[in-house]
Design a protein around this ligand. Structure first.
Ligand SMILES: *Cc1c(COP(=O)(O)O)cnc(C)c1O
Length: 427
């Protein structure tokens, strides 16, 4: 096709990565060279619909002009100061994001894993200095099959053998309970020295597990009764992905119009955001909490050279603005319902897919084969050939998470690609 689209071919790009890069990923063999909205193009100029959105970082679509402008303007004015000095953008951003999500304060970081680490440190410090636990005794409850990132502490409480093996010794102080099990939480809370409960409102990496209605509310209530912090990791589920501003908002229909989440919905004590906070334009993550919790952090006790830099601050404000301006939560909700209904039609006529689940535009289909089979991977390769990019998670699950700026017409075109691919697929 267009031979001038990229300076190097897809084949050359893959060979360079293979030779000079650490092999810590196993990407689908496609080399992307350009993105715009829901569209991406490879080095040879072939077009695809992006159905992963960089793990839900690109909710606002690739290269959104408003976010690009914010990045370019600020980067060419003042890029990074470190927190050794103030900058004239950070305060404005802090006011913006705290009122956007209804918290007193924010602690700005860069990546999701860093924000999780920050939340864990904050929770432990609160437990010693406010709750009054004896130093070095605090325990934090987490869920089985969690995904919270790749740092040493975070993988310490993972139960994915691939993520853990030979990375020990592990950080102590975590208790693992089954996900979507209120009784297990109630039982774990009977132990001494519990400081917090860390949970994904929908487990994304595990394969898009949506908990039962009322689960999060019940967990929050139990945490409150036991003076334990309820910590929501919305790095993947947040920022309109699931059809509400946050997944903890559940089926609240207000889209993104509410400032402070109302009493009827779950308000975490600590909220962790990342990925789409910047529309995928720049690494921006955030930890939000009220004063009683956040004020335990004092100068020198935690930080990051890049956290809260002016470029990040401007990019995040623009990205969050886009979510409201374009009512992305409502679009995710409408298109998500449509998508699952269309997948149900495919399931009814195909034995290749056994189920669809999800909320908003965070969905997954279950491939009717064993977890160690290559069927889901092979289907993703066939989808790629037909112009749609998705990736298997945990063997036989395929996640479908397009940018939230998708139109109904585009979604139906994608449904047609999925339908065609599955009906033609031979194992
Ligand atoms: C992606 C993700 C993280 C880690 O974010 P990074 O930016 O990759 O460090 C943490 N928690 C959840 C729920 C995620 O999906």
């Amino acid at each position: 096709m267009e031979t001038t689209f990229s300076k190097i071919s897809s084949k050359e790009a893959i060979a360079l990565e293979d030779k000079y890069g650490a092999h810590n990923y196993h990407p689908l063999p496609v080399v992307l060279a350009k993105g715009e909205g829901v569209n991406v193009w490879d080095a040879e100029g072939k077009h695809y619909y992006d159905f992963l959105s960089a793990y839900s970082a690109v909710n606002q679509g690739h290269s959104h002009p408003k976010i690009v402008k914010a990045l370019v303007d600020q980067a060419s004015t003042l890029g990074l100061t470190s927190r050794a000095f103030h900058n004239n953008v950070l305060g404005e951003y802090e006011e913006y994001i705290t009122s956007y999500f209804g918290f007193d304060k924010v602690l700005p970081m860069n990546t999701g894993a860093e924000a999780v680490e920050t939340a864990l440190k904050l929770c432990r410090k609160w437990a010693y200095e406010v709750k009054g636990l004896k130093e070095n005794t605090a325990k934090i409850i987490v869920c089985e099959n969690n995904f919270h990132g790749r740092t040493t502490t975070v993988i310490s409480f993972s139960n994915d053998p691939v993520a853990r093996k030979n990375f020990g010794p592990y950080t102590p102080g975590f208790i693992k309970i089954p996900y979507n099990d209120v009784d297990a939480l109630a039982e774990a809370l009977k132990e001494d020295n519990i400081a917090g409960f860390l949970v994904e409102p929908i487990q994304g990496e595990a394969g898009v597990y949506v908990p039962d209605a009322g689960y999060l509310e019940a967990c929050q209530k139990l945490c409150k009764e036991n003076n334990v912090l309820f910590i929501a990791d919305e790095v993947q589920t947040g920022i309109a992905r699931t059809g509400a501003l946050l997944a903890v908002c559940g089926d609240c229909n207000c889209g993104t119009s509410c400032q402070k989440q109302s009493d009827t919905y779950v308000t975490p004590d600590i909220l962790i955001l990342g990925k789409a906070v910047s529309g995928g334009m720049y690494p921006v993550s955030a930890v939000l909490a009220n004063n009683e919790i956040m004020n335990v952090i004092r100068p020198g006790e935690h930080g990051s050279t890049f956290g809260g830099n002016p470029t990040a601050a401007k990019v995040a404000m623009a990205a969050l603005e886009v979510v409201k301006d374009e009512d992305l939560a409502a679009n995710a909700r409408t298109l998500g319902n449509l998508f699952r209904a269309e997948m149900e039609k495919i399931i009814a006529k195909s034995d290749l897919v056994s189920a669809v689940r999800g909320r908003g535009l965070l969905n997954a289909i279950l491939i009717n084969d064993t977890e160690d089979s290559s069927t889901a991977w092979d289907i993703c390769m066939a989808l790629r050939d037909n112009g749609l990019l998705a990736k298997p998670t945990h063997g036989n699950i395929i996640r479908f998470a397009p940018p939230l700026v998708m139109t109904k017409e585009q979604l139906m075109e994608c449904v047609a690609i999925i339908d065609k691919t599955l009906s033609e697929f031979k194992k």
